[in-house]
Design a protein around this ligand. Structure first.
Ligand code: XIL
Length: 322
């Protein structure tokens, strides 16, 4: 079946995100998931604030709906994300116990979550977005760093490895292509983690006019040279990076420039060695469902399907990259 993204991409999984209400409702969105994709990520329901909303109370119901749907439709599930400063429940932010109790709580959370999804979730982003963007890219001073120390990331990977030695463990972050210094900080971390890490998740929130192919290639080269798996994660390609608020629709010039960038990203990914391949994941199906609209409040058309579920030039660009 080459008449689909997953059918055409024979050497890696093609991923996207979903939400439990979509899975429950069915409809065109779900048909597209089934037809086009074979790797599924929960957009926000497998993060700590949802899975562990209050002390001692785990809630996997939303994630279970997504995982059940994926299993019923032969899709792999990528778990995203165990530790993210932006999805930490308030009871954890305001943890009242000792540092040792905090660390035991994190170990219990990671162990319980990986055990719950053992055999159902192929891979996890253990830590997401740990670095600051500013000079030197220090570790963010999250509650995890404050209470567990600078090696909190290593501890979290060790907890995950102990809980499920078969699951593929990723570190995931953004601006890996556009910022060579942040990329280096990430690779330094990866080198410190050694055998505890299996792969690098490079979030691909990019624009039609950047970063360059050479900088995207550098992410691939650094990952391949370390013998790790590469996840081109969270791909969306902004067609209006200037944030021109007067734009009300996507011009054909912008749609074509976006198509070329989709093609370039897929070409770079497709050319890496088979052993380093994992998945290329787009961060959404339809333009109007993209997080860029809600979260950043900008007019954007960053995905491969328009709001009526028509395939955009970007879709053809993806196929041409293979
Ligand atoms: C975003 C989701 O798309 C939103 O629905 C949610 O409100 C916030 O998170 N980097 C990540 C993703 O790693 O988890 C983020 O997803 C987008 C940025």
């Amino acid at each position: 079946n080459t008449a689909s993204l997953k059918g055409a991409a024979t050497t890696f999984s093609v991923g996207t995100i979903t939400r439990s209400p979509y899975v429950t409702a069915g409809g065109t969105h779900i048909e597209i998931l089934k037809n086009e994709f074979n790797n599924l990520t929960s957009e926000y329901e497998m993060k700590m604030n949802i899975m562990y909303p209050s002390e001692g109370n785990y809630d996997f119901s939303a994630g279970d709906a997504i995982v059940g749907f994926a299993q019923a439709n032969d899709m792999n599930v990528h778990g995203h994300a165990l530790i993210w400063h932006n999805a930490t429940p308030s009871w954890v932010e305001n943890f009242s116990g000792t540092d040792a109790e905090f660390e035991a709580m994190v170990e219990d959370y990671i162990t319980t979550t990986l055990n719950h999804y053992k055999g159902k979730v192929r891979s996890w982003d253990v830590v997401n977005e740990a670095f600051e963007d500013g000079t030197g890219h220090p570790l963010r001073n999250s509650v995890f760093r404050q209470k567990m120390g600078d090696d909190y990331i290593k501890k979290c990977f060790q907890f995950a490895r102990n809980a499920d030695p078969d699951v593929i463990l990723f570190y995931n972050d953004y601006n890996m292509a556009s910022s060579p210094t942040k990329r280096q900080a990430m690779f330094n971390l990866v080198d410190e983690l050694g055998d505890l890490i299996d792969g690098v998740g490079a979030q691909m929130h990019i624009s039609y006019n950047g970063p360059s192919a050479a900088n995207i290639q550098a992410v691939a080269d650094g990952t391949v040279s370390r013998n790790l798996k590469l996840h081109f994660a969270e791909l969306d390609i902004r067609a209006n990076p200037e944030e021109d608020t007067s734009l009300t629709s996507l011009s054909s010039d912008r749609a074509n420039a976006q198509k070329d960038k989709f093609k370039e990203v897929v070409q770079i990914y497709n050319a890496i060695p088979l052993d380093n391949k994992f998945a290329l994941t787009v961060w959404g199906v339809r333009d109007n469902e993209s997080w860029l609209l809600d979260f950043w409040g900008v007019p954007e058309w960053p995905l491969m399907f328009d709001e009526d579920y028509n395939k955009k030039p970007a879709y053809a660009g993806f196929l041409e990259g293979l």
